[in-house]
Design a protein around this ligand. Sequence first.
Ligand code: PMP
Length: 400
Amino acid sequence: MIYLDNAATTKPLKEVQECVVEYMTDKWHNPSALYTNANKVRLDIENARKNIAKFINANSDEIYFTSGATESNNWALRGFVDYCIANKYKPIIITSAMEHKSITDCLIGMMSIYSELRVYEVRVHKKTGFIDEKHLQNILQIVFDKYYNLYKYKILVSVQYANSEIGTIQDIKRIAPIVHAYGGIIHTDATQAFGHTSINVDYEDIDMLSASAQKCGGLKGTGILYKSKHYNFIKPLIYGTQENGERGGTENVIGIMAMSKAVDYCRNVQINTEVVIKNRNYFVYQLITRFDCKVNGIIGDYLHGFFDNRSPNNINVTFPQNITGEALIYMLDSAGIMISSGSACNSRTNKLSPVLKAIGLSDEEIIKTIRITIPDNITKEEIDIVLNEIDRAIKVLTNS
Ligand code: PMP
């Protein structure tokens, strides 16, 4: 079995599996209780919070545990709108066409509820998917010109850190000052970057950040929202006493401890990013030379160097042959190889990828596209097996 769909989810690490057993058998007490066993669990959670905070250079009181990035994204957006409505500000949200469904669907849902909400879509550059910073600046200026003398308003800009389909890593360090210059707040969905590339919320001037444990060796159903202590403009999404009254619900102790373990592991793996990139580049080079594939997203120097600003594990290619990505997925699956045609969350919707559309692919090209996201321990032998299976599948599918 060769698993090449790590952007969908990663296999829980061995250390995580051991941790799950420990917190199911010995340390299963409710961390809010007062007796010694519960206090031990509370202490462990707070140490996990510290560990995760340190990983992105945040303070531990800026980390809130959630049920995953879907909740974190919904909280960031909805909490902002609720705050604005409660305090009589007009909420303005700017986002891109490349965002995850938990952002776009949340915005669509809120637009049907809140007539005050205004949403703007910032363009991305064709091919690379980078945010068009000029367009962002234009939108911010339009908002200023239109509303400054009319309403009290607040602006939230939400842009993905790394894209789940084509791996584009946005330059948040450049985008943040543009947003801040207009008094806006920047939220980034870092689900695909957390654990795979180094993030420094302080240096990058990020106000809010979402991440999920399941993409970096932890468990599904656990995530964080980082909320800068300088920024206090969101209401809770889930009311209750836990997490300082900002996010109710008894803590998912197992998931939180597993996320902390996964972070420990990712600290070390980041040192080996070059190995992952080297393997990825070999894979891409073979896909181009053997099958004439077109690489989607940032292309870079796949022969010698790095794909700058691209997730190290990400490959997204379109085949010129008369085959579909879906047919290839099924053919490879029967050979024990797991890949995808795009974001797992969109796979069953029968809708063409909005991300690939945004970077200029035609409908036909989208249908002929696959995404491969490699694990950090992939071997050259495994890559060669996959390439040979792709070769075989193309021959079968095209009767050649
Ligand atoms: N954002 C991005 C970019 C993602 O890839 C995902 C997971 N597919 C999510 C958010 C949601 O994460 P979760 O399902 O763990 O809540």
